[in-house]
Ligand binder design. Structure first.
Ligand code: KMH
Ligand code: ZN
Length: 274
């Protein structure tokens, strides 16, 4: 049976705590949210952290403490974002690997991001990729647009396979500036993935969330949900937290006979040996 990996992205870097008090921004809130999401069916957590004022940060001490706390309190695969916020310098984003996560995100190209630019020049991508191979961190390739898929193909051709030998990609559809979140675009993107890709997940931001989720399950893909991508459970109904997004994804996966994976299966899927 082709089981489903659910990744939860609980916090992101774009939303203000003042506007969304249910956003997990302290370490205590993040750990509590992670435990609830694991109980609801998540296998991996994609992590952005905040400082004492709830602002996005890449502070290494906080990142290390976060990795330790999530490992101590959950069985989730801990994936740190190397995307950070659009304002983070490239050097600080590279240094995220020093926090020794199980996995990290690696975005495969620059993309307009609302009124901002999410910068991922080719030399940055290759340097980050090389560092994941040395640090033995499993990358998840973030694909916001079709050109990013071609860049992933080039990266694998020129620099070989990731640490762990698997290639896990995540399609992020619906960022204003990237590929819109709809089913035809999802199908096109999946068909364009390099043959070296061994597993893929997808998330649709905003209104396209549920169509992308359902189509991903039907296509055999894995899921990403969470407040980084979606703040509404339904039109005009804000999420109460991340766990209800995970629970809904798990329920739909069950109905489609793609039940969620065990933590061990999730690690095997993306190439983490311990
Ligand atoms: N916050 C965005 C600018 C990632 O985590 O790798 C980038 C992002 C992607 O969220
Ligand atoms: Zn992220």
């Amino acid at each position: 049976m082709n089981r489903t990996l659910i990744t939860v992205a609980p916090t992101g870097a774009e939303v203000a705590k003042a506007d969304w008090p249910q956003l997990p921004t302290t370490l205590e809130e993040l750990v509590a949210e992670a435990k609830a999401c694991e109980a609801a069916g998540a296998g991996m957590i994609h992590v952005h952290i905040r400082d004492a004022d709830h602002r996005p940060t890449l502070d290494l001490g906080r990142l290390r403490a976060t990795v330790a706390a999530l490992r101590e309190n959950t069985g989730l695969i801990v994936q740190l974002s190397t995307g950070g916020s659009v304002h983070d310098p490239l050097e600080a984003r590279l240094a995220v690997l020093d926090a020794n996560p199980d996995s990290c995100s690696l975005t495969c190209g620059t993309v307009n991001f609302g009124d901002d630019v999410f910068s991922n020049p080719w030399p940055f991508m290759t340097e980050l990729y090389r560092r994941t191979q040395i640090a033995q961190v499993v990358p998840e390739f973030e694909l916001f647009d079709l050109g990013h898929i071609a860049a992933l193909g080039r990266l694998l051709e020129e620099y070989g396979l990731p640490f762990g030998g698997k290639v896990h990609a995540d399609l992020v559809l619906g960022v204003p500036g990237g590929l819109p979140a709809n089913v035809p675009n999802l199908v096109t993107a999946v068909q364009a993935l390099p043959s070296a890709v061994t597993s893929w997940s997808a998330t649709g931001i905003g209104r396209g969330h549920l169509p992308v989720l359902a189509a991903t399950l039907a296509l055999g893909g894995h899921l990403r949900v969470g407040m980084e991508d979606n703040l509404f459970f339904a039109p005009r109904r804000p999420v109460t937290g991340n766990a209800e997004l995970v629970a809904r994804a798990a329920t739909l996966a069950n109905h489609l006979q793609r039940p969620v994976m065990s933590p061990a299966e999730a690690r095997e899927l993306i190439g983490i040996s311990v």
